[in-house]
Write a protein that binds this ligand. Sequence first.
Ligand code: BES
Ligand code: MN
Ligand code: ZN
Length: 483
Amino acid sequence: MTTLNTTTEAVSTLECDALILGVDAEGAVIAHPQLPEDVRASVTQTAQALEASGKLGATTVLPGTGTSARRIVLVGLGDGSEGSLRTAAGAASRACGKKPGTVVVALPADGDRAQSAIAEGALLGSYVFTDYKSDAEPEEEQVFTDWIIAGASEAAMARAKVIAGAVAGSRDLTNTPPLDLFPGSFADMAAGYGKQYGCDVKVWDPQMLADQGFGGILGVGMGSSRLPRLVRIEWKPAESKSIVALVGKGITFDTGGISLKPPASMETMKSDMSGAATVLHTVLAAARAELPVTVVGWLCLAENMPSGTAARPSDVLRMYSGKTVEVMNTDAEGRLVMADGLARAIEENPDVVLDIATLTGAQGMALGTRTSGVMGDEEIRAEVIAAADAVAEDMWPMPMPQHLRESIDSKVADIKNIGDPKGGGMLSAAWFLKEFVGDTPWAHLDVARPAFNEGAPYGYTVAGGTGAGLRTLFQFLEARAQA
Ligand code: BES
Ligand code: MN
Ligand code: ZN
């Protein structure tokens, strides 16, 4: 088990495996109320002799000489902002190695949110996924990190536990292979968690989906032997300031269907359910934090497989909303399941609906691997961006040019599931979703590339599932709770 605690003692006197300290642009160790000045000065001398960098996230490891720590991990704090503290703590946490034991963190933080950011970074940077490693210790014997965040308040640590726990939960689901995570097992898991955290859960099985006309979810899922599900999970506080619906794309594996993807593009497609994973864990986090906001999460779960029962290009689906969609490309499946989830979500008249999906490769072409695109109603889009900025998640507002709406007109049905082939694929996908949100205030988050880190770890972002968007959604809910 990982633990998170605080201390009021001088950090240099604590027996630990690693002591994390910050360095500034001059390579000097940054003061902390619990770091004695003589220790700070002597570690600074060593740091400067080694030219320790103050660049954000740069780490230098020293022996713990002059302290009770086995070693000292110096980390550059960059501009020292709250976001930089989270990143620095994450980078330092990774520099501690895989089984560091007890780690004391003494980075300067002003107030609960900054302290929480440090603890979040530490916990997220030390995340590992070992479920499928046969040489991993059994869980109860694994040496996880005992984190000690110097000077952190109880409130800050409680907050960090909820947020980092939720991100880790989302990452776990994303990293789980599709043999084990499929619509039925995902729905069962959601039901189990819902019970544990006092959330109401309802699951639509394939028969119910058919009876109630969920043509989008069924149309995508019918090529698989493991049939689709729709899950509704609700956190309902005694006193509620706002009703927020969250809809997540939960394609447990995206082969592209009959419009089959090339093998290389398929390698990371177990991550095509990260939107749903993030929605699930955001609702659970709201419950654990007892936010005074009603949160209704919708998980649109299907496996996109090619088979004799799969939908074909040119098939027309009748969606839950009643609209008809011509499926020109079975690889544009995310918008089909999301359309049904959105249409069902807005039936309950929420104050706002947000959706999160690994929707388009075009997101990566436009914004790269780390920046999610946010589309939708201007006001809600701005509210999402403000939330993202507040928790230092990389998101950028994107437009919905009017001419791209016409690109999804169909010759035979109401609309088709692909837009202008010349470009703007992320934006025409947003137009498609907009057809299913009615008048409900709405924003759409395309996290296609940011949800899964194919490259090297950086900051608190490890390789594999990242939980992208979760902290933003939670912040969005917190802001609504305070409004
Ligand atoms: N799941 C993919 C989008 C994706 C691509 C996510 C790369 C993460 C990394 C989605 O279902 C998809 O295949 N989209 C197509 C749409 C196209 C056929 C209009 C795409 O982006 O290529
Ligand atoms: Mn696809
Ligand atoms: Zn997909």
